[in-house]
Every structure is written in structure tokens, then in C-alpha cells.
Design a protein around this ligand. Structure first.
Ligand SMILES: *[C@@H]1O[C@H](CO)[C@@H](O)[C@H](O)[C@H]1NC(C)=O
Ligand SMILES: *[C@@H]1O[C@H](CO)[C@@H](O)[C@H](O)[C@H]1NC(C)=O
Ligand SMILES: *[C@@H]1O[C@H](CO)[C@@H](O)[C@H](O)[C@H]1NC(C)=O
Ligand SMILES: *[C@@H]1O[C@H](CO)[C@@H](O)[C@H](O)[C@H]1NC(C)=O
Ligand SMILES: *[C@@H]1O[C@H](CO)[C@@H](O)[C@H](O)[C@H]1NC(C)=O
Length: 369
């Protein structure tokens, strides 16, 4: 996964839900890459614990800019993935959880396929229906890089036409946006109305230590949407199952906002070494020779840690994600998505069971509903 691709995934996503049914159970969205890396091997579709997910989002979709066909494209050009072969294997997860929704996540950085012509849009929509019908999936999730105002307007048109058609077949549709405050409110309203979900992407500050999934950012984003008339019940937070990891510039400057010297992970797979899978991080934090100090926000319980070797990391653990899940419950939001299953502690090495973050969200929702 390269920096831009991972950045798009790691972004803090807030999702607005357009067709919520009162009393419906909260969403636990499980992102899945299905990628093979030398260091970590492969998490196969069968390895996902579908009993604790309400949605599995396969991050492989793309749209051909000439034929407008949906096809699978690995999120990283360099890593081997299960591709098409994993589609039927993912569909089999419905035997484990008959209510499971399978979503193809279309991740793009350019929108040269986003036609202004109604005929082009209609081709995308028909191809989308064809793909979903053929695959056994239940919907599309369209995650956008920042778009120009014109492209955002085109996207809104596409979503509205797509939603109209998808509704006939019961398919779900979601999108994500960067910098919602730069989007005209009218366009935003249209996107909210025509999507089952809207994911809002937010970038992190460069060159300084920061939280991976700051609760204050979630709250202010949620507030921003609610102030614009979008019901809280339609909003869903997405939490990364990987940490941010840096080496510090100054060993004595260890707080939030401290200057960063460089990446903290020697494995460049994720964000060029600025990210680390939770499972790997658990091993690192367990290494007493590194002399870790852990600090936790008094209120949100969000942890960060620094070592006596100048490493600095912020991450999500079961305590902090439980706080987020409670916030979602208490404020009537739609749910939480976790990015991604392969970054989770899939073996339970931390002693909290397999997929501890996802499980905590699932149990908190179930207990609180
Ligand atoms: C996966 O991608 C990363 C980053 O592009 C690369 O360094 C690594 O070698 C790749 N792994 C495999 C198994 O292809
Ligand atoms: C489609 O994408 C290809 C590869 O990125 C590019 O070379 C080509 O110019 C694009 N075509 C259109 C019509 O945008
Ligand atoms: C879905 O697939 C079935 C079986 O291949 C086919 O009969 C049907 O026409 C398809 N429906 C749509 C909407 O494409
Ligand atoms: C943590 O370290 C202890 C003692 O070395 C070891 O038994 C345990 O397996 C380690 N746990 C993890 C998650 O690495
Ligand atoms: C957090 O709690 C500790 C101990 O109760 C207290 O000393 C500290 O001032 C608190 N920090 C903040 C930011 O409230």
C-alpha cells in the first residue's frame, strides 16, 4: 500500500446515512483488503469473523474510464491480492452471518470516468447493477479523493441517479468526501439524500505527532453535519485498526504536536513506515527493552505512547474504541467502520480475543441497543 492509497483509507471517515430505519441495529463495518504481504501473509475471507460484522467492505473496486465497467483493482499496485477469486469466498461468509452485507468499495484518486453526460452515468449505473447481480454483493461504496466543485456536482448527480436505480434492486450506495466544509450546502444535501452513507475524509497534520483517530475531530465533524440538518442517526465513524508511528526529533518533546524526525516503522508497507498494523504494534509495545510510557486522554481514553528509543505512536485500543462506540450510541449515530480486518489482532495475541477492536464495537452496540 503506498502513501496516497493508505492515506485515503486511513482518513477519518464520517458516514452519513440517508435511509436509516428507526431501531435498526448499528453498523459494524469491516474493511477488508485481501492483500498478501511478505511479512504478514494473507488474511483469507474465511479468516474474517463475520459474526461480529454487519458489513464487509472489500477495498478493490474501480471504474474503467472508457467502458464505464466496474472491475477489481488492487488498492496497492505492488501487493498481490485475492482479487476476483475472493468474491465467491466472501459471499460464503453469509453462511456464517445471513444478515451480512457485502459492499464493494471503489477507491479512486482521479475521476476521469465521472462523465458529465447522462449516457455515461447511466452506463456506470447499469454496469454497477450488473456487477452486483453477478457477484452476490449488496452495494457500492464510492470513496473519493478531494474533488473540484464541478466534479463534486457531477458526483452528486451520479449518486442521485444511481440511488434511484439501486433502490429498485435493494442495493445500497455510499460515498465519501474530503473537506465537506468546502462543498456547497446544496450539493452536500443532494449527496446526503442520494447516498445511504457519506464518508467524510480528514487529513492529519504533517511533521508532528498526532492522534490516529481523534475523538474531538469526530465530534466536530458530527456537529458540523448535524448543524446542517443531517440527522445524527445517519452518521457513522470509521476507526483505523493501525497506529501512526514516528521517530521523534527531540527525545524530550514527547507530547501531541511534537516535531517528527521520520517514520517509526522499518516496514514501509503502510504509509511508507508512518503506519503500523495493530497486531505488530502490540508486539512492539510488549517489548520492555524499548521502555514505553503510555499516556491516555482522561476523557476519551485515547492512548499514545513513546519509547526511550525515540519512537512515538498513537493507536486505537479496546478501551478507546469502546468510548467511541458509546459516543455513537449516546449520540444516536449510525455505527462504526473498522479499517481493516488484516490490521487487527487477528490471532488474539493481545489476550483480548481475535479482532478485539471489532469485537468491542460489536459487543458495545449489542449491549447498548
Ligand atoms: C507490498 O507493497 C509494499 C509497498 O509498495 C512493498 O514494499 C512490498 O514489497 C510489497 N509486498 C509484496 C509481498 O509484494
Ligand atoms: C483513461 O485512463 C487511462 C489510464 O490512466 C488514461 O491514459 C486515459 O487517458 C484515460 N482516458 C480518458 C478518456 O480519460
Ligand atoms: C441477474 O442475474 C440473473 C441470473 O444471471 C439474470 O437472470 C437477471 O436478469 C439479472 N438481473 C439484472 C438486474 O441484471
Ligand atoms: C509479551 O511478552 C511476553 C513475555 O516475553 C510474551 O510471553 C507474550 O507472548 C508477549 N505478547 C505479545 C502480544 O507479544
Ligand atoms: C488527567 O487526570 C490526572 C489525574 O487525575 C490529572 O492530574 C490531570 O491534570 C488530568 N489532565 C487533564 C488534561 O485533565
Amino acid at each position: 500500500m503506498n502513501i496516497i492509497q493508505a492515506a485515503a483509507i486511513l482518513q477519518f471517515l464520517l458516514v452519513v446515512r440517508g435511509s436509516d430505519v428507526a431501531g435498526e441495529r448499528k453498523r459494524v463495518g469491516c474493511y477488508y483488503l485481501g492483500a498478501t504481504t511478505e511479512r504478514y501473509g494473507t488474511l483469507y475471507p474465511e479468516d474474517i469473523d463475520a459474526s461480529i460484522c454487519t458489513h464487509v467492505l472489500y477495498i478493490h473496486g474501480a471504474i474503467n474510464n472508457e467502458t464505464q465497467e466496474i472491475y477489481l483493482k488492487p488498492p496497492s499496485q505492488n501487493n498481490k491480492t485475492g482479487g476476483e477469486g475472493f468474491i465467491p469466498r466472501l459471499v460464503k461468509l453469509k453462511a456464517v452471518n445471513p444478515d451480512l452485507k457485502l459492499i464493494l468499495h471503489v477507491l479512486y484518486r482521479q475521476v476521469d470516468w465521472l462523465s458529465a453526460e447522462p449516457s455515461g452515468r447511466s452506463k456506470i449505473i447499469q454496469n454497477g447493477i450488473k456487477w452486483l447481480n453477478g457477484s452476490g454483493f449488496d452495494g457500492l461504496d464510492i470513496a473519493a479523493a478531494p474533488l473540484s466543485p464541478e466534479d463534486t456536482e457531477k458526483m452528486a448527480d451520479l449518486l442521485c441517479e444511481m440511488k434511484n436505480e439501486f433502490d429498485k434492486y435493494g442495493y445500497s450506495l455510499a460515498t465519501s468526501l474530503v473537506g465537506a466544509d468546502e462543498i456547497a450546502e446544496e450539493t452536500l444535501g443532494k449527496i446526503a439524500r442520494c447516498s445511504d452513507y457519506i464518508a467524510l475524509l480528514t487529513y492529519f497534520p504533517r511533521g508532528e505527532t498526532h492522534r490516529i483517530a481523534p475523538m474531538n475531530m469526530i465530534k466536530s465533524n458530527v456537529d458540523w453535519y448535524v448543524e446542517r440538518g443531517i440527522p445524527a442517526s445517519k452518521i457513522l465513524a470509521v476507526v483505523p485498526a493501525f497506529g501512526a508511528i514516528f521517530t521523534l526529533e527531540d527525545p524530550d518533546d514527547t507530547g501531541l504536536g511534537a516535531r517528527v524526525h521520520g517514520p517509526g516503522n522499518d516496514d514501509l508497507e503502510m504509509l511508507g513506515g508512518l503506519g503500523i498494523r495493530n497486531k505488530e504494534l502490540l508486539r512492539k509495545l510488549n517489548d520492555s527493552s524499548l521502555g514505553w510510557t503510555i499516556r491516555r486522554d482522561n476523557e476519551t481514553k485515547e492512548p499514545y505512547a513513546f519509547s526511550n528509543t525515540r519512537l512515538w505512536t498513537s493507536y486505537e485500543d479496546t478501551t478507546s474504541i469502546e468510548y467511541k462506540a458509546r459516543y455513537v450510541l449516546e449520540n444516536g449515530l449510525g455505527g462504526i467502520d473498522i479499517v481493516a480486518m488484516e490490521f487487527e489482532d487477528d490471532e488474539g495475541i493481545g489476550g483480548e480475543g481475535r479482532f478485539p477492536l471489532t469485537r468491542t464495537v460489536y459487543n458495545t452496540f449489542r449491549g447498548g441497543n
